[in-house]
Write a protein that binds this ligand. Structure first.
Ligand SMILES: Nc1ncnc2c1ncn2[C@@H]1O[C@H](COP(=O)(O)OP(=O)(O)OP(=O)(O)O)[C@@H](O)[C@H]1O
Ligand SMILES: [Mg+2]
Length: 236
């Protein structure tokens, strides 16, 4: 099988089931796709179609049951939980619908957390956190607490935390889901700008307006990949 040299993610025949009582629920079946580095891919599809599950598998938050999943050159289907945790900490940023910031820490302390956890010297971590915040348009708000800024600014901080230390893969589960449409559009602009700078972005969304920012749209239904299209390609 041909594998793109510059693929950030390559999934081949990926499946995932969850035990629910005596039964199992199939969340994903036979999903194969590749995500070129430096592109923005949107996962869409009805509720329960497997979008979050796919993001969790890519992040190594859940374990693949079937198939193979290569992420940034690592065979995550074969990674131990500790190896997956290390990969998340150093190379993968995860952005949640509800931002997931720690309320007792300032924005810059939140952004710095992944670097502190990897033992980066304090001064270097502070400089990198400032830089990440500037990249998402948060300069001047470093010392605010999450409750002292808007939802859109909180989401920008979560994105800064995802890219701090020059991490190059951002996974975002419904990053605009908790925001009004104008603020959601701003967040999509931030993610698209990071893509332009070389960051690989994979996000899930229910909002069709967000798809216009995507290089590629993956449609899931009942755990299967229905289609993977490049909206801009071939357009008049
Ligand atoms: N931890 C879990 N235990 C049991 N079933 C789960 C679990 N996580 C997901 N599922 C099931 O897997 C399927 C896919 O769920 P998933 O959360 O990936 O869908 P989704 O596309 O993200 O939906 P939504 O748009 O509502 O966020 C659903 O049937 C869901 O009920
Ligand atoms: Mg979901």
């Amino acid at each position: 099988m041909h594998m793109e040299d510059d693929a950030a993610i390559t999934a081949i025949g990926v499946g995932k089931t969850f035990p629910v009582g005596k039964h199992t629920v199939t969340a994903l079946r036979d999903v194969s796709l590749s995500v070129p580095a430096g592109t923005l891919t949107a996962l869409t599809g009805p509720s329960g179609s497997g979008k979050s599950t796919l993001l969790h598998l890519i992040a190594g938050l859940e374990r693949v049951d079937a198939g193979t999943l290569d992420v940034l050159g690592r065979q995550v289907h074969a990674c131990t939980p500790a190896e997956s945790a290390a990969l998340r900490l150093r190379e993968i940023g995860f952005v949640h619908q509800d931002f997931g910031l720690l309320a007792d820490l300032t924005l810059i302390e939140n952004v710095r957390l992944p670097l502190e956890a990897t033992g980066t010297a304090r001064g270097n971590a502070a400089a990198a956190a400032r830089e990440a915040m500037a990249r998402v348009g948060l300069e001047g708000l470093e010392q605010r607490f999450p409750a002292e800024v808007s939802g859109g600014q909180q989401q920008r901080a979560a994105i800064a935390r995802a890219i701090v230390g020059n991490r190059t893969l951002v996974l975002a589960d419904e990053p605009t889901g908790a925001l009004d449409s104008a603020t959601g559009a701003e967040i999509m602009d931030v993610l698209a700008r990071l893509r332009d700078e070389g960051v690989t972005v994979v996000l899930s969304t229910h909002n069709p307006a967000n798809l216009s920012h995507a290089d590629r749209v993956a449609v899931l239904r009942d755990g299967m990949l229905l289609s993977l299209t490049a909206p801009g390609e071939g357009a008049a």
